[in-house]
Design a protein around this ligand. Structure first.
Ligand SMILES: [Zn+2]
Length: 351
């Protein structure tokens, strides 16, 4: 386990003390990427030396590698101090940060640049091969997204998107981890792969009586169906058959327009759902510094994400998400030691 105060900052004060310059940030990324020392991505040779320009030279093949090449920071024009401060806000705020706030806080030239930075951070959050849910798991499908408050104060119209939700139920009460995925439809052909991709075999899977879930028993699950009709007949609220899924869905519905002002339609929703699931799993983590560490660790291990990959259907939603223009890069937040310059400055002239 990484250690607070050694591997990641314990507080905002420590964050600011550690990452005062772009050089410090680059060194942290190099350490995260090669904790045991530089390893050449070209030939696999372990060992090399740092060049003055922030790159490494391989002792085997002589190839030069920049620390950020092949990561989500590949060829970024945004200074690393700005990336780090953004990442700190992204991690330290429990609900994340809206792109508009980030743009204003960091002096980022365009909304699109700020939005794309957050999109890149968001896209690293799903670890490939992460653990499947286990124990008792409620599974349901529901519509999420749709009309959200727009940037200009109006309503940007998005489309509601069918979303699969799987939530671990803890005994005697409580909610564990969750998974959410955009679904093409509510057929068995869509629901079965969602369940097998999210839930470990052998788990007890609770669904409603929908026919799309029929056959889960044959896929290795202990399938428990709760009939809505039977609930109604008993005088119970059929919407409360799956209370854990119901709770997670309503949290996600409340979080979406609060953090993401743009329309959460099928182009943007997958990324937002990943962010929600990541935050939900860490909702009880008291160390925001550790969340910051995890995000950066994933970011240096993730291949570059191009702007058009941030949007599933580029062009489908045009105006608010044009690719950023050249003028988008913010000033560095580099803070070299200043040695109390006011003491050495000439006296202020009066008049
Ligand atoms: Zn090499």
């Amino acid at each position: 386990m990484p250690v607070a105060g050694g591997h990641y900052p314990r507080s905002t004060g420590e964050f600011q003390a550690w990452f005062g310059t772009d050089e410090d940030c680059l060194d942290y990324l190099a350490w995260l990427r090669w904790p045991a020392g530089f390893t050449c991505p070209g030939c696999g040779h372990a060992g090399g030396w740092a060049l003055g320009d922030g790159r490494f030279k391989c002792a085997g093949c002589g190839g030069r590698t920049s620390v950020t090449a092949g990561t989500i920071f590949d060829r970024t024009r945004t200074p690393l101090t700005v990336w780090f401060a953004s990442c700190w806000l992204f991690a330290a705020q429990k609900d994340g940060i809206p792109a508009l706030s980030l743009q204003r806080t960091m002096d980022i030239g365009s909304y699109q640049t700020a939005w794309a930075m957050l999109g890149r951070l968001r896209s690293v959050l799903v670890r490939p091969g992460r653990e499947l849910l286990s124990g008792t798991v409620e599974v349901d499908e529901t519509f999420i997204g749709g009309e959200e408050p727009g940037l200009a104060g109006g309503r940007a119209r998005g489309k509601k998107v069918l979303t699969g939700i799987a939530v671990e139920v803890r005994e005697p009460k409580g909610i564990g981890r969750c998974r959410m995925t955009v679904l093409a439809d509510a057929s068995a052909g869509s629901l079965h792969p969602f369940v097998t991709g999210a839930v470990a075999p052998g788990a007890r899977v609770i669904t409603d009586g929908w026919q799309g879930y029929a056959g889960l028993g044959k896929l290795g699950y202990v399938h428990e169906r709760r009939s809505q009709r039977a609930a109604r007949a008993r005088g119970e609220d059929p919407g409360k058959l799956l209370p854990a899924v119901h709770r997670v869905a309503s949290l996600a519905r409340r979080w979406l327009p609060g953090t993401h002002q743009g329309p959460a339609d099928d182009a943007h929703l997958p990324g937002y759902l990943n962010e929600f699931v990541f935050r939900f799993s860490r909702r009880r983590s008291r160390s925001r510094g550790l969340v910051f560490f995890r995000v950066l660790e994933l970011a240096v291990g993730h291949e570059p994400v191009r702007y058009r990959e941030l949007i599933r259907n580029p062009g489908s939603r045009s105006r608010s998400h044009q690719p950023p223009q050249q003028r988008g890069h913010p000033p560095s937040l580099d803070r070299p030691q200043a040695q109390r310059p006011w003491r050495n400055a000439p006296p202020i002239q009066s008049g």
